[in-house]
Design a protein around this ligand. Structure first.
Ligand SMILES: Cc1ncc(COP(=O)(O)O)c(C=O)c1O
Length: 361
């Protein structure tokens, strides 16, 4: 968090903790963030917000996802700051504010070219008028989200989105609203562009010590940034559930996709695709045992995998295994697993099953 605070300076910080704190465990992340100089968390849903409150988060909660009209009472009950982009939500929130005699802080999402959530320029006057109708609604923020700021080293489209954001924010002011906070900066924006930071920043992946992408890392380094400002905070471990020796020509796992070319020692590990160890890692990934690489043999099953420990001496039942993270001189990074699985590190970490116990060390 020191890195994030350093990049944010005096601006407010909303750490994105959606998707079970990017797989790190919402409860654990909340307990860490409570000890930090962080003003907001950003969640996807009111359900995540309810969990965060139950885990003791008593500061601001920005809800960046959708809250169904029928669930909006939660905004009052849990003291949330929802993101709004349609008049139906605004009207319902306005009525709830009136009924409860409370002020609701809302954040208006502006469409700048991601074409996900957000109010298009042509609808902005109508939506602004709807907000102004309700004295109980306070425009706490205006926001947008970049489409490809982490996907490329060419940031023309991000610049275009930023210009659009500035134009739309000016329009919101012309329509008589005065937002306290402007916010656009995800991790890549926070790392690369001062102009995107405004009064509040919303980093996710970088708060967990991961780069949003290779392109972001490259752009950051080309700007003269240092090599080691981020370091991953998660290690994912399991342990050996069985050890066996199979003869040459033995098949391993479903589909008989692996066949031993010589006598092979296998360790069976109690982790599979249900746990978030992607099936595409079959016959491709390796795990770390005693600081050495043990290749995955055969297909990843629902709850089990088999790894080759022929060349790793002294492996015993219940030997610790690193699936993701560092073990002595070796490392399996979320980026490496993402490359194997043809996806992004975000997906690898956020899909680690919520049932697996998390422990803060
Ligand atoms: C609206 C919004 N803001 C901020 C973030 C954080 O993005 P990142 O993890 O790239 O920092 C996300 C994540 O997807 C998001 O959806």
């Amino acid at each position: 968090m020191n890195t994030i605070r350093g990049l944010a300076g005096k601006r407010k910080v909303a750490v994105a903790v959606k998707a079970n704190a990017y797989g790190h465990g919402l409860k654990e992340m909340i307990s860490l963030l409570r000890a930090e100089d962080v003003e907001y968390i950003a969640v996807h849903s009111h359900g995540e917000a309810a969990s965060a409150r139950a885990f003791g988060w008593d500061r601001n909660i920005l809800v960046v996802g959708y809250i169904a009209l029928s669930d909006l009472q939660a905004v009052i009950d849990l003291d949330l700051e929802p993101t709004v982009y349609n008049t139906e939500t605004i009207n319902r929130l306005g009525q709830l504010a009136k009924q409860s005699n409370k002020e609701i802080n809302i954040h208006l999402k502006l469409e700048t070219g991601t074409n996900r959530q957000g109010v298009e320029e042509s609808r902005l006057e109508k939506v602004s008028t709807a907000i102004k109708k309700y004295p109980g609604l306070h425009l706490r923020g205006v926001s947008t989200h970049f489409a490809n700021i982490e996907d490329t080293t060419n940031h023309e489209y991000a610049s275009f989105q930023l210009e659009t954001f500035n134009r739309l924010t000016a329009a919101v002011r012309r329509y008589g609203l005065k937002p306290d906070l402007r916010h656009t900066a995800c991790s890549a924006a926070l790392l690369l562009f001062d102009d995107t930071k405004f009064e509040l920043v919303r980093p996710g992946i970088a708060a967990y010590g991961l780069w949003p992408s290779k392109e972001t890392y490259l752009s950051y380094r080309l700007q003269g940034g240092s090599n080691n400002i981020l370091s991953p905070i998660m290690t994912w471990k399991t342990r050996v559930a069985q050890i066996k020796e199979v003869p040459r020509d033995a098949f391993v796992g479903y589909g008989c996709t692996y066949r031993a070319t010589s006598k092979t020692r296998l360790a069976v590990l109690p982790v599979g695709y249900y746990d978030g160890y992607d099936r595409s890692l079959s016959n491709l990934a390796y795990v770390l045992i005693k600081g050495k690489r043990a290749p995955v043999r055969g297909r990843v099953c629902m709850n089990l995998i088999m790894v080759d420990i022929t060349d790793i001496k002294g492996v015993r039942l219940e030997e610790p295994v690193v699936l993701l993270g560092r073990d002595r001189e070796e490392m399996v990074s979320a980026d490496q697993i993402a490359d194997w699985a043809k996806t992004v590190n975000y997906e690898i970490i956020s899909r680690i099953c919520g049932n697996i116990p998390r422990q803060i060390i």
